[in-house]
Design a protein around this ligand. Structure first.
Ligand SMILES: Nc1nc2c(c(=O)[nH]1)N[C@H]1C(S)=C(S)[C@@H](COP(=O)(O)OP(=O)(O)OC[C@H]3O[C@@H](n4cnc5c(=O)[nH]c(N)nc54)[C@H](O)[C@@H]3O)O[C@H]1N2
Ligand SMILES: Nc1nc2c(c(=O)[nH]1)N[C@H]1C(S)=C(S)[C@@H](COP(=O)(O)OP(=O)(O)OC[C@H]3O[C@@H](n4cnc5c(=O)[nH]c(N)nc54)[C@H](O)[C@@H]3O)O[C@H]1N2
Ligand code: SF4
Ligand SMILES: [Mo]
Length: 711
């Protein structure tokens, strides 16, 4: 047995761990201090099962049978790369470069790959893998993750991205955790900060539609009916304005659209909000008191993204924080200068002028993210709208499981002229691929992970299994065949040199073998209220980097694109009030995809050791709802919706409002074990039921019914 210090390579989190080796083989990981103490990172501890799984892809594969049949033969890299390059170039010749798209999923979140695409960043000049051929279609899971919270909502209020503001947790009286469950963040650093802060007296408030793992460690749990947060927020805004409890100085000098906000929110009362959200009036009063008399920081993420009013819900939340004077104040939300992530290849890319898929329907998404909205891909593939999409390169995503309306996505993927997949495992997507390329785990490659203030080098722990290669070098080789290999690194030395070319002192330390390199920290003390200085804007003016220079309750950018500028509430398209006739047959509110510690979306559900932590996909339901249906914890149940049905296992708890269910995401790949293999949650979601601003699907606010399965 040998122990080495290294970085965990299970997910892109990159936590420092002690790796146990036996005869050159990874046996397991010892949780270090960086693990989330509340829930030891189970995935990490079982590294062996993931790295050496029989199911790992070890050589490139070329399909020999029909699509979906699963017949493939092994091929050499040379043959497989030529085959893929020919397939893509044929499409370019036949239809033009716009008919090619690349799509990056969560499997590309290793920084060494991600940086080359500078995903989801305004100012990003890279349009994806096929940009050098002239394609505008460099898509990613940003089409249904992060962008609403991280870019669209903050850009249309403060002119910043989520990475440009940080909760000042340590200096808060209260930290409000709203629509995010920090123990499942990877890496779980915020969770550690929260736990430490709580030990130092900071009070934590957790607002969620069920008692997720964070709730075990907070001071106040607020259970809210999913998709109704905005009603609560607008009612609080109204109350705070009417009672003059807001930060008058900030509002007068630094906000835009206050009078309109005041006028609009008048229709939202606390009593009605209490009814709609299911939160007792006293608890709402308590939240108002906290926000108007204490230092309050905020953490949020995906919980509010997936309703018909997702972007506007999150805008209303930021507006509430601004109204109460918590922006760039001690103990509130600290702002920093926008620092667009630069693509190492910026200068090599001309601007691609062609219309991207989904650009017409979701112009703000495209403007701010510079990517197609991939929910519209089936229209392009199947109906040639706005033009035919015929070739797709999928790197590290499980598209036929994670996109809404799985059957439609499956049909679309199957109809492509040429489809290539890069993955670690033979997934359901691979069934429809013409060629499959095997990727390494992060234990098998040298790369780096950037954290606030530092970069950590990821040393190779074992040699790549079979002929697998790290994503970035697979892309380099494919690019080489397409005539632009020079845009990607061929080895770690080139990777570092390209990424850190503007930080020679960092590069030098990495090349000389440093494990961790700290960026130069400024010695300046933390400054607050920086919007009063010439700081956040790139011109010589103080204020926020928005069109008006103010915090925009009323967004000029949204209005310019024909949307409401105010954080206007849109009632959910499907629900108790909007579709009462459907609610008779499907009386429960369906909410899917809250992250749990023991699963990693579709990943690792094919590995016995890991599935053992939670053997079955669960529907979490309220005790009384279960009782009236004769359902007990552990029963197999049928989950049905207007779109279809799947089987899961019931988990019964008190900590979820009556009428709500929370459904595990990630099942539905035939390679998975037990009930997971058929538990395709996205058979029950719909690509047409979306937030019109982001194009994000409604994952968390639909109707369903749960009944005990007949044997
Ligand atoms: N272990 C683990 N970690 C992961 C992942 C994983 O699959 N497994 N996935 C990663 C990915 S892709 C992402 S995007 C991030 C997401 O990171 P988070 O956004 O932190 O995701 P969740 O942990 O699901 O937290 C969202 C919370 O919002 C709650 N919620 C749902 N609907 C509502 C609502 O209407 N109102 C309110 N107030 N709350 C609501 C959910 O119950 C859940 O507790 O996590 C990443 N980390
Ligand atoms: N109903 C519902 N649907 C959802 C969500 C929800 O909450 N509810 N959440 C949405 C969100 S936030 C997201 S991000 C998406 C998740 O979307 P995906 O990106 O599809 O996420 P995963 O299921 O993790 O699939 C990642 C794939 O990459 C592979 N992989 C892992 N590491 C590597 C690597 O290093 N290289 C390569 N090449 N491959 C690798 C894995 O084997 C896996 O097949 O799902 C979305 N879908
Ligand atoms: S968060 Fe990710 S990197 Fe960190 S220990 Fe868990 S699996 Fe490993
Ligand atoms: Mo995500």
């Amino acid at each position: 047995m040998e122990k080495i210090e290294g970085l965990c390579g299970i997910c892109p989190g990159g936590c420092a761990v002690e790796i146990t080796m036996e005869e050159g083989r990874i046996k397991g990981l010892k949780p270090s201090k960086e693990y989330s103490p509340a829930a030891i990172c189970l995935r990490g501890a079982k590294a062996e099962g993931i790295v050496y799984s029989e199911d790992r892809l070890k050589t490139p594969l070329i399909r020999t049978g029909e699509k979906g049949e699963g017949k493939f033969r092994e091929a050499s890299w040379e043959e497989a790369l030529n085959y893929a390059a020919d397939g893509f170039l044929r499409i370019k010749d036949q239809y033009g470069a716009q008919a090619l798209a690349s799509h990056l999923g969560r499997g590309t979140f290793d920084q060494g790959t991600d940086d080359f695409f500078a995903n989801g960043n305004p100012g990003n000049k890279n349009f994806g893998f096929f940009a050098p051929l002239g394609s505008p279609n460099g898509a990613s899971v940003g089409s249904m993750c992060y962008v609403a919270y991280g870019i669209l909502a903050p850009q249309t209020t403060m002119g910043l991205n989520a990475k440009d503001f940080q909760p000042d947790i340590e200096n808060s009286d209260y930290c409000v955790i709203w629509g995010t469950n920090p123990p499942t963040a990877s890496p779980p650093f915020i969770h550690q900060r929260l736990n430490q802060a709580r030990r130092n007296g900071v009070k934590l408030i957790f607002i969620d539609h069920y008692a997720a793992s964070m709730s075990a460690n907070v001071d106040e749990l607020v259970l809210i009916r999913s998709g109704t947060d905005q009603v609560l927020i607008l009612a609080m805004i109204n109350y705070i304005i009417q009672n003059e409890l807001y930060d008058r100085e900030f509002v007068e000098n630094w906000t835009h659209g206050f009078a309109e906000l005041k006028e609009y929110t008048q229709r939202f009362t606390l009593e009605k909000a209490s009814q709609t959200t299911g939160i007792p009036l006293e608890q709402i009063q308590f939240l108002i008191e906290v926000l108007t008399t204490k230092r309050a920081s905020l953490i949020t993420y995906t919980g509010l993204e997936y309703s018909n009013s997702g972007v506007q819900s999150i805008r209303s939340l930021f507006s509430l924080w601004a109204l109460c004077g918590h922006l760039d104040q001690r103990g509130g939300l600290l702002l920093s200068k926008p620092n667009p992530k630069k693509n190492p290849n910026d200068s090599h890319f001309g601007s691609v002028k062609m219309l991207a898929i989904g650009e017409r329907e979701f112009p703000i998404y495209h403007k701010l993210v510079n990517q197609p909205q991939f929910l519209k891909a089936p229209d392009a593939i199947l109906h040639g709208k706005p033009y035919k999409l015929a070739g797709l390169l999928n790197v590290g995503a499980a598209m036929t499981v994670n996109y809404p309306n799985t059957p439609l996505f499956e049909k679309a993927i199957k109809s492509l002229d040429f489809f290539a997949v890069v993955d670690r495992f033979f997934t359901k997507d691979c069934l429809y691929a013409d060629v499959v390329f095997p990727a390494t785990t992060y234990f098998e490659e040298e790369s780096y992970q950037v954290f606030p203030g530092k970069v950590r080098v990821r040393r190779k722990i074992i040699e790549p299994l079979g002929e697998s290669l790290p994503n970035i070098y697979i892309l380099q080789r494919l690019a080489e065949k397409l005539g632009y290999g020079h845009l990607y690194p061929k080895n770690p030395a080139e990777l570092y040199a390209m990424r850190f070319r503007d930080q020679p002192e960092v590069l030098e330390q990495i090349l000389s073998g440093a494990e961790e390199v700290h960026f130069q920290q400024s010695n300046e003390p933390i400054r607050y209220r920086k919007y009063e200085e010439v700081y956040l804007r790139s011109d010589k003016n103080p204020g926020f980097p928005t069109p008006t220079g103010k915090f925009e309750f009323d967004s000029e950018l949204l209005k310019a694109y024909g949307f409401d500028g105010l954080p206007v509430y849109v009632v959910s398209k499907e629900g108790w009030n909007s579709t009462p006739e459907l609610a008779v047959q499907f009386p429960l509110i369906f909410n899917s995809g809250a992250r749990i510690q023991t699963t990693f979306r579709t990943q690792h559900l094919n590995i016995e050791d890991l599935v053992a932590y939670q053997k079955h996909p669960q529907v979490i339901m309220n005790t009384e709802d279960a009782e009236v249906r004769g359902i007990r914890a552990g029963d197999v149940v049928d989950l049905t919706s207007p779109r279809g049905g799947i089987q899961m296992v019931a988990e019964v708890i008190d900590g979820i409002p009556r009428g709500e269910v929370e459904v595990n995401v990630g099942g539905g790949d035939p390679g998975q074990l037990g009930l997971w293999a058929q538990a395709s949650v996205n058979h029950l979601t719909d690509e047409k039921n979306i937030d019109p601003i982001s194009g994000f699907p409604v994952f968390k606010n639909l109707l369903c019914e749960v009944t005990k399965a007949k044997e």
